[in-house]
Ligand binder design. Structure first.
Ligand code: FAD
Length: 511
């Protein structure tokens, strides 16, 4: 059981060191911090690891620069309001050169279903319609409806839905868009897809279209998120940051410091300090205390409310949230450096591989593949590529093993993935130059995420996004940001959460 930190020698509320302390430097935390620093707030980010970024971090081995996780990046467009990564960097005077990807995903699905999601919307719909000619009209009507959601989002400034002044303003500026969003907020993709599409195989494809970023099938995937993903890939497009995904966090930190904010690495917060029930500061694992008027946690909700705070103080709203949402699995990640000759001419950057529909959600069912060096060759030694593959995996399968058993199990799992990848990259085994495996334990250890989870997923079919909490919590002075908050996982989504959190905190601080 976590103990409550001792009452500080001076009442924190009278002498806070900072306006805001952000626990964690994931993209959600950094967007919050940079937005607040840009408004003039005194901000401190405390990061337990050596570099910023969390799941959007990187690591270097033998001349390869591997993305830890994310590499299919939304939010780097130049038009509209949903290009949140571009806007977050811009707010602190930063910019990243990006490389456009002409294809979001090349799917390799059961019964030889090979499909590409081209950046060009008509090309995508055309090829999907060729494969399911009887559903051509339904396909268009379904994806066009996703555009309706996106078009509503893409006209308004995306800030805190917990701030009444903003809600009134945005409603008067864009009444139809707001009504559109209210309509879609409680809806899931599956219900809308079934309105237009009857073919069971095509409905399975829609499930996979959702699963590959929401890790749940269409029936449980909120329509708001799908509207963003299924449309923005053809609008702002998928754009890879030159120098690797790690650049996003590095540049945000550079911008944070330029704006007067601070970040400390190797600074693991072990407790959130409460004074009369209010969050007033944090205690590091090393024992130091820092105080602020507002505390923002970028750790997952499980880490925040079960580890950083005493579990017996868990607010009823958090208990209710846990009844609705559960931890998604983690991933088994295989990072390969390979000889470039193994990739055929025209190979796409992102692939999804599944041999049996029934296994889509199972451990080691769906395999996700990213080859970022097809877009930015500087991430690997000359003549080589990075192939990052990952597949769902639960922590329970990696616990209670001796070191030898753990290593052997990792090796065996890597072999199984490589065998399957041979279907799309023949002779892969012979081309491997470097290999590293990460398990759920690795994700837990290096990303500080409970059980290494990818994030919250609904336990059952819920009313769209209505159940996802915003940034304020039931504990006064404490906010959450990142993928445990509205609107969920993905870099652009957590950037949205960061904008919203900073907005809410800024209003509460009187900015
Ligand atoms: C394998 C994989 C592939 C993915 N692929 C994509 C993709 O292609 N596209 C996409 O958009 N998204 C992708 N995602 C999802 C995306 O990376 C995440 O949703 C997003 O990065 C989460 O950001 P966050 O701000 O919520 O938190 P995190 O990235 O989890 O960052 C939280 C930070 O807080 C720190 N922290 C935690 N606890 C403490 C503490 N007590 N004290 C101090 N610091 C602490 C952690 O070290 C970490 O740096 C992928 C994720 C994974 C794992």
């Amino acid at each position: 059981m976590t103990k409550i930190a001792p009452t500080p020698s001076h009442p924190a509320s009278t002498r806070p060191d900072y306006d805001v302390i952000v626990i964690g430097s994931g993209i959600g935390g950094l967007v919050t911090a940079t937005q607040l620093a840009a408004k003039g707030a005194k901000v401190l980010v405390l990061e337990r690891y050596l570099i910023p970024g969390g799941s959007a971090g990187y690591f270097e081995r033998e001349g390869y620069c591997f993305d830890v996780g994310a590499s299919m990046i939304f939010g780097f467009g130049t038009e509209g309001t949903t290009n949140l990564l571009t806007r977050a960097l811009d707010a602190v005077g930063m910019k990243i050169e990006t490389i456009p990807d002409s294809c979001q995903i090349h799917y390799h699905l059961p019964q030889g279903l090979e499909l590409k999601v081209h950046r060009d919307y008509e090309q995508f719909l055309g090829e999907l319609g060729d494969r399911f000619p009887q559903e051509r009209q339904g396909i268009r009507r379904f994806y066009d409806e996703c555009w309706q959601v996106f078009n509503c989002l893409n006209v308004m400034e995306l800030l805190s839905l917990e701030e009444l002044g903003y809600l009134f303003r945005v409603f008067f500026q864009h009444p139809l868009a707001c009504l559109g969003l209210v309509k879609y907020l409680p809806q899931n993709v599956g219900d809308i897809a079934r309105r237009y599409i009857k073919d069971p195989e095509l409905l399975k494809f829609i499930d996979m279209e959702c699963y590959c970023w929401s890790v749940v099938p269409a029936a449980k995937t909120p329509m708001i998120n799908a509207g963003m993903v299924f449309s923005d890939r053809h609008y702002g497009g998928i754009n890879y940051p030159k120098g690797g995904v790690g650049q996003i966090a590095q540049k945000l930190v550079e911008g944070l410091e330029k704006a007067g904010g601070q970040i400390q690495y190797k600074a693991r917060v072990s407790q959130i300090i409460l004074e009369n029930g209010r969050a007033v500061g944090v205690q590091l694992a090393t024992g130091e205390h820092y105080y602020a008027t507002r505390i923002v946690s970028n750790a997952t909700r499980w880490d925040t409310f079960e580890k950083l705070l005493p579990s017996e103080l868990m607010p009823p709203s958090e208990k209710r949230w846990k009844e609705r949402y559960q931890k998604s699995p983690s991933f088994l990640s295989l990072h390969l450096g390979v000889d470039a000759s193994v990739l055929a001419e025209g190979t796409e950057c992102h692939h999804i591989l599944l041999e049996e529909w029934e296994k889509m959600e199972e451990a080691e069912g769906t395999i996700f593949v990213s080859i970022p060096t097809l877009l930015d060759p500087s991430l690997a030694p000359a003549g080589h590529h990075i192939i990052h593959s990952f597949t769902p995996s639960w922590i329970k399968d990696w616990q209670n093993l001796s070191t030898k058993e753990y290593e052997e199990k990792k090796e065996a799992a890597a072999d199984r993935i490589i065998d399957r990848l041979e279907q799309i990259f023949p002779h892969l085994t012979q081309a491997i130059d470097y290999q590293e495996v990460g398990t759920a334990r690795t994700h837990r250890r290096f990303l500080g995420r409970d059980d290494g989870t990818y994030g919250p997923i609904p336990r059952r079919k819920l009313a769209g996004l209505l159940g996802m909490p915003f940034n304020r919590t039931a504990i006064p002075g404490l906010y959450c940001v990142g993928d445990s908050t509205f609107p969920g996982q993905g870099l652009n989504a957590v950037a949205f959460s960061g904008f919203a959190c900073a907005h809410r905190v800024a209003v509460d601080l009187g900015y």
